[in-house]
Design a protein around this ligand. Structure first.
Ligand code: AMP
Length: 209
């Protein structure tokens, strides 16, 4: 049986994390699991969990860790025998530790998007439509969201760096064709339409701890 591959992707709001994750999952045959999707699904179906998390999601606030772990971990436990890619989970150090108690990750991808790129982003990656300017899109609001993301994400990345027994691979590649290539793999994945050419910082983790 092929070795299972367990990976997660992290990125600031507006980084195009959802789009890039789906493409990676599709190209590598990984089960794609988005915490935001599961939350929205629960809210739409008015489940007990959905009612609990609704207020947080509507205000783009972090859902408490114990609720997130209860939402995500049982799903992963049912996926023994599958390779997967997590989008949006773990987001905090408590979530990363809860996850690590059950599964050791093979790879954690951190999308490192310069603030200027996020700020100048004027069009939707997928549709090419101009994005509506909300009050929340003002530079100060964006900066505050980014700072908050970094504060929360940094300990998570540090944990994964500490756990690793292998190398850390960092790649910065720019392309004039709006095409970024997902590195590390033997068969590079074209991340077409990913307009902002992120710097992909890849933290290769050993699965043998
Ligand atoms: P996303 O689709 O990943 O942008 O998530 C949408 C919203 O769901 C976020 O703004 C948070 O309110 C909530 N959320 C998603 N994942 C998590 C998580 N791992 N921890 C806490 N809240 C989350």
């Amino acid at each position: 049986m092929a070795k299972l591959f367990r990976t997660a992707i992290m990125g600031p709001p507006g980084s195009g994390k959802g789009t890039i994750s789906k493409r990676i999952a599709q190209n590598f045959g990984l089960q794609y699991l988005s915490s935001g999707h599961f939350l929205r699904e629960g809210i739409a179906a008015n489940t007990d969990a959905g009612v609990l998390v609704k207020g947080y999601v509507e205000r783009s606030m972090l859902v408490p860790d114990h609720l997130m772990s209860r939402l995500m971990l049982p799903r992963l436990e049912q996926l023994t025998g599958h390779s997967w890619l997590l989008d949006g989970f773990p987001r905090t150090i408590a979530q990363a530790k809860a996850l690590n108690d059950i599964f050791q990750m093979d790879l954690v991808i951190s999308l490192n998007i310069p603030f200027e790129t996020l700020r100048e982003r004027g069009r939707d990656d997928v549709t090419g439509e101009p994005l509506i300017q909300h009050a929340d899109d003002r530079p100060e609001a964006l900066q505050a969201r980014l700072r908050h993301y970094k504060d929360v994400a940094k300990p998570v990345m540090n944990l994964y760096k500490c756990l690793r027994q292998e190398k850390r691979i960092t790649q910065q590649r720019r392309s004039s064709k709006q095409t970024a290539w997902f590195p590390v793999q033997r068969h590079p994945v074209p991340v077409l339409g990913y307009r902002h050419r992120p710097h992909l910082a890849l933290h290769q983790l050993s699965s043998q701890h």
